[in-house]
Design a protein around this ligand. Structure first.
Ligand code: BGC
Length: 721
């Protein structure tokens, strides 16, 4: 099929950071940024490990970047043939999304440097590359290749006590600072040219210098194999890394690549959307699906996905509500075992959520806003740095964005509703829902025997307005969470003793009664001319245009929210808030409600978060405004190809890939354009195809059944596969 690869030609040092994201390869276990083989720290190279975190001194905790085992630098007749060192006549980076292979080709004149690289999906601990050097001159060459410890860290360093071993397999061992987790990386090379090898250990890593004589017209290929293990994976990471390196080398690059491609073929079979009619959009959607699938945890069954995927350490490698609300749907309908992994991560981190609730004086489960391993809260009280004073700004995401617990309960319920599978609820999901509901009981800003229960001092999805009262989205999430907590009794009606035992174990009898009383009394939003007020008093704020607010900025990187931000006193919002509510609870609102709110909030939304566009597109489909949905779809789907999205929040770099927008693109195509909904196991479609799309085809999974759905302007069909 077409539209399956993306190529950029020419070398531009200004684009290196962005290309690192665009050409990222990942396999759920690790992500390797799309930098060239010879890159030093200034290009932000990284092999980011999923679920391994470290804190250096009192800096922010963030994921650990492992030493880079695919490092390679060519020196020809004494001159470094590397970008930035030698002039490149041409330079091409190309990513093949179908096979998940990155190709680089740089013509330095005397030599053309071509490489192919994979982050193996068949063997998640393996990175492998094939370098082909085509010489146009005679001379003496040295390929310096090995494991580079010249690492990019935002808040590091994180690795200490380096111990390097040379031999057929190079081994670099280190341990993390905070938890002393061993990290082992190996590297080995195979080639068929006569050469002399020497080893080199420096402060920047452990290397092999392969010296050889070349003739013009000669082509030499080197296969590089690198394995990564940590003490969280196995008892003896160094041994395992050596073993995998040796096995892979014996198998050869082509075999490793073949096995990797087979795994990707399976993924595409399960979720590939084929969009006909617009080539740019088809490519963007393919890219988007590629990024999301490549960071999905397939090697573990209880991991989630960080907000910037595995593209580095931005956003502290933390898991946000993005996972439950934006990433979950694609997996739920195509690869439910991954959806289950995301949710199991929340089930397993319930102790962390209980701890956080307690810390704030509440009961139940208050999940981390920025969740790291074990549910540790990565969000600090000062999460933004003021661009004028360079002082940290007190932000309230950590303490006030209480919708996070409800989002998790919502996602658990969605899993049960869409898959019809109760297992996750039995294996701790029910307990999570009950504990989230208990948190909301204790967080209610009123006596529970009053007429109405308010949620004061909260932050909704629109983070620019802090510490507001009765955010409509939050209150609905609370209500839904409580409703579902009570519904659990029905879900377990065939095993009443089991459910009663759970209530006893949680000492939940009184809370159950309180839930029953609280449910009907959670404050409903104010409505004016059919428009839901985002929070109490929102309509009284200055009603001005987005451009007006933007024109008030003194510095383009200035933070818009909080006490001093330009948006806080106005009705300009960061991202979909009421619109997200309408998108997530479609059955609660009529088409007229959706239309009135869409028209009101759209001009007042900055889309300062990549999470916003997909909610606007989904609701635009609902009201038959496909042309508006199309615009937001294109924005969402192309975000990582374009290198879009905000790069700065105050003084803090927040770039990387955008998994939530990637998940959002799937949601728009399938839930919006095709209008797919599933209830009680039956599939319904209410298509809203924009004119730009001629045909949309995609697979979905329902229980043990797999379907292929095709939608055109003439109609639609569902085939069982
Ligand atoms: C958004 C949040 C989101 C986070 C991570 C922030 O800019 O406002 O809603 O969860 O980014 O993507």
């Amino acid at each position: 099929m077409e539209h399956e690869s993306f190529t950029i030609t020419g070398y531009d040092p200004e684009r290196v950071v962005q290309d690192g994201n665009r050409f990222l390869l990942a396999n759920g276990y690790l992500g390797i940024r799309g930098t060239v083989e010879e890159a030093d720290r200034s290009s932000l190279p990284a092999v980011t490990l999923a679920g391994v975190y470290d804190q250096y001194q009192d800096r922010w905790r963030e994921p650990v970047n492992a030493p880079i085992g695919l490092f390679a630098k060519l020196i020809l007749n004494g001159k470094v043939m590397g970008l930035g060192n030698a002039e490149a006549h041409s330079h091409v980076f190309s990513i093949d999304y179908r096979n998940a292979v990155l190709t680089r080709e740089t013509d330095f004149g005397p030599v053309v440097f071509r490489s192919e690289r994979i982050a193996s999906l068949a063997e998640p601990h393996l990175l492998t590359a094939s370098l082909t050097l085509s010489f146009n001159t005679d001379g003496e060459a040295v390929l310096l290749t090995g494991i580079s410890t010249d690492l990019w860290d935002i808040n590091g360093p994180h690795l200490f006590d380096f111990h390097n071993t040379t031999g057929e397999i190079l081994l670099c061992e280190s341990i993390t600072g905070e938890k002393k987790i061993p990290v082992a990386v190996t590297q080995s090379v195979s080639y068929e040219h006569s050469a002399e090898e020497m080893f080199q250990i420096t402060g920047e890593g452990v290397f092999r210098r392969i010296g050889f004589t070349v003739k013009a017209g000669e082509k030499i290929t080197f296969s590089i194999f690198s394995a990564v293990y940590t003490g969280l994976d196995v008892q003896e990471p160094a041994k395992q890394a050596e073993r995998l390196c040796a096995i892979s080398k014996a198998a050869g690059y082509s075999e490793c690549k073949r096995a990797h491609i087979t795994e990707w073929e399976n993924i595409w079979k399960q979720c590939r959307i084929d969009l006909g009619g617009n080539e740019d959009a088809a490519l963007a959607l393919m890219a988007s699906q590629f990024y999301l699938n490549s960071i999905a945890p397939r090697h573990a069954d209880n991991l989630s996905i960080p907000a910037r995927g595995l593209s580095g350490q931005t956003y502290k490698g933390a898991v946000f509500w993005d996972s439950e609300i934006f990433l979950l749907p694609m997996f739920l309908y195509t690869q439910p075992q991954i959806a289950a992994s995301l949710l199991r991560y929340r089930i397993d981190t319930l102790p962390g959520a209980r701890k956080k609730a307690k810390e704030y004086g509440y009961r139940g489960a208050f999940y981390a806003w920025e969740s790291q391993e074990g549910g540790t809260e990565g969000c600090t009280n000062f999460n933004v740095v003021d661009v004028f004073t360079h002082r940290p700004v007190r932000t309230y995401f950590r303490d006030k964005q209480i919708h996070i617990s409800g989002d998790i309960a919502y996602a658990l319920w969605e899993y049960y509703r869409v898959t019809g599978d109760r297992l996750l609820l039995e294996q701790g999901g029910a307990e999570v829902i009950l504990e989230c509901a208990r948190f909301y009981l204790s967080r209610a800003s009123a006596r529970l025997d009053c007429d109405a229960i308010d949620y004061a001092d909260v932050i909704g999805p629109d983070e620019y307005h802090e510490r507001v009262r009765n955010n409509a989205f939050t209150n609905q999430m609370v209500r839904f969470c409580m409703e579902n907590a009570l519904r659990l009794k029905e879900v377990f009606s065939d095993k009443p003793e089991q459910f009663e035992a759970l209530l006893d174990r949680l000492d939940y009898r009184t809370d159950w009664e309180l839930l029953v009383k609280a449910l009907g009394r959670i404050r409903r939003p104010n409505i004016r001319h059919g428009v839901i007020e985002q929070f109490d008093g929102y309509f009284d704020l200055e009603d001005c245009r987005l451009e007006t607010v933007r024109s008030r900025l003194v510095n383009p990187r200035e933070y818009w929210g909080g006490d001093h931000g330009v948006a806080g006193t106005t009705q300009i919002i960061k991202q979909a808030d009421v619109i997200a509510l309408l998108a997530l609870f479609p059955e609660n609102y009529s088409d007229e409600d959706v239309a009135a709110n869409w028209m009101y909030y759209e001009p007042r939304t900055e889309h300062g978060s990549s999470l916003s566009a997909c909610m606007y597109a989904l609701t635009a489909c609902r009201i038959g405004r496909e042309e508006l949905a199309w615009k937001y779809f294109c924005d969402t789907a192309s975000i990582d190809l374009r290198g879009g999205g905000k790069q700065w929040a105050g003084d803090i770099y927040i770039g990387g890939t955008h998994p939530a927008a990637n998940g959002g693109a799937w949601m728009i195509a399938v839930l919006g354009f095709a209008g797919l909904s599933v209830s009680n196991g039956s599939i319904e479609l209410r298509p809203h195809l924009p004119v730009q799309i001629k045909r949309l085809q995609f697979p979905i999974t329902q229980g043990n059944k797999h379907y292929l759905i095709t939608v055109t302007h003439e109609g639609w069909k569902t085939e069982e596969l």
